[in-house]
Write a protein that binds this ligand. Sequence first.
Ligand SMILES: Cc1ncc(COP(=O)(O)O)c(C=O)c1O
Length: 344
Amino acid sequence: MIFSSDNWAGASAPVSEALTRHASGLVPAYGNDPLTDAVTRRFSQIFERDVAVFFVATGTAANALALSAYARPGGVIFSHQSAHIQVDECGAPEYFTGGGKLRGLPGANGKIDPADLIRLMGEHPDGNPMHGQVSAVSISQATECGTVYRPDEIRALAEAAHARGIPLHMDGARFANAVAFLGLSPAEVTWKAGVDVLSFGATKNGCWCAEAVIFFNPDSALQFAYLRKRAGHLFSKSRFAAAQFEGYLADGHWLANAGHANAMARRLAQGLEAAGNRLAWPVEANEVFPVLSRATIARLRAAGALFYEWPADGVDPDQSAVRLVASFATDPADVDRFVAVAAG
Ligand SMILES: Cc1ncc(COP(=O)(O)O)c(C=O)c1O
């Protein structure tokens, strides 16, 4: 009953097999190998346009480097206050952007409201060095609350960002889960809705260590090779990052993995709700945030369940919200056992 995080799961079989398949032989280093080329073309196919693709090792690197591509002196980056870039990246976005300031917005269900965004960006008018200059808006898809932005919500935020001449960045650590939930094409939920740059996460959903920064307008990426190398994220054996993506993206495997994780989260949510537990946020991707009594939490822990307590509003002192994350490797029997123990 391990629901601590989706990155506790290992690599899925097609990914491991791809790594093994490409393990022997000599090919050029530093991304000049045919497989890196082929995977880049595959990304362009998946997104239905030519994209610039850069592999990096972690989601934090993807986010911080993507934002650094748009850095300005005194730059200000806007995101939800619970965003991973705000609370879980140890200042990497600030560091990589040369001192960029992060401003967090409140917002129901982990999402930013366009009116709030416009108001907050208004505190940083162009031409006033006292307040710095707007440099990017970042959203997480799926959000840190396990919810998913709809294309019209993304479009409204993109329009607000573009009206100020800045890009919309998407932290897609759980992009596959969001796409699987929406049932739309990757293009529809990114560039067609106004996203300029995407941190395409794959580690949580079946890869061993594979993340990519994807620029929908390759002209925006002209300096990025230097930013990535300077940050130490140019893999010399790039073929192994590429191999993981080859296995991950083949035959819809990435969406099948995400579909399973999402289904396991729904099953957890339905079971817990049926037993009378409230959920802090709607379950749309692969995360569930039930509000449980402390006695229930103790009973679950005693039965061996692993999960984290999580901050949420409106929780009584004798209760806590917890975060349960399902993955491609989640066993339905574990879900059912968790629900049964929670029910007492
Ligand atoms: C929303 C979100 N973004 C980005 C990341 C990437 O983090 P890491 O640097 O651990 O790969 C995570 C991982 O927990 C995440 O949940």
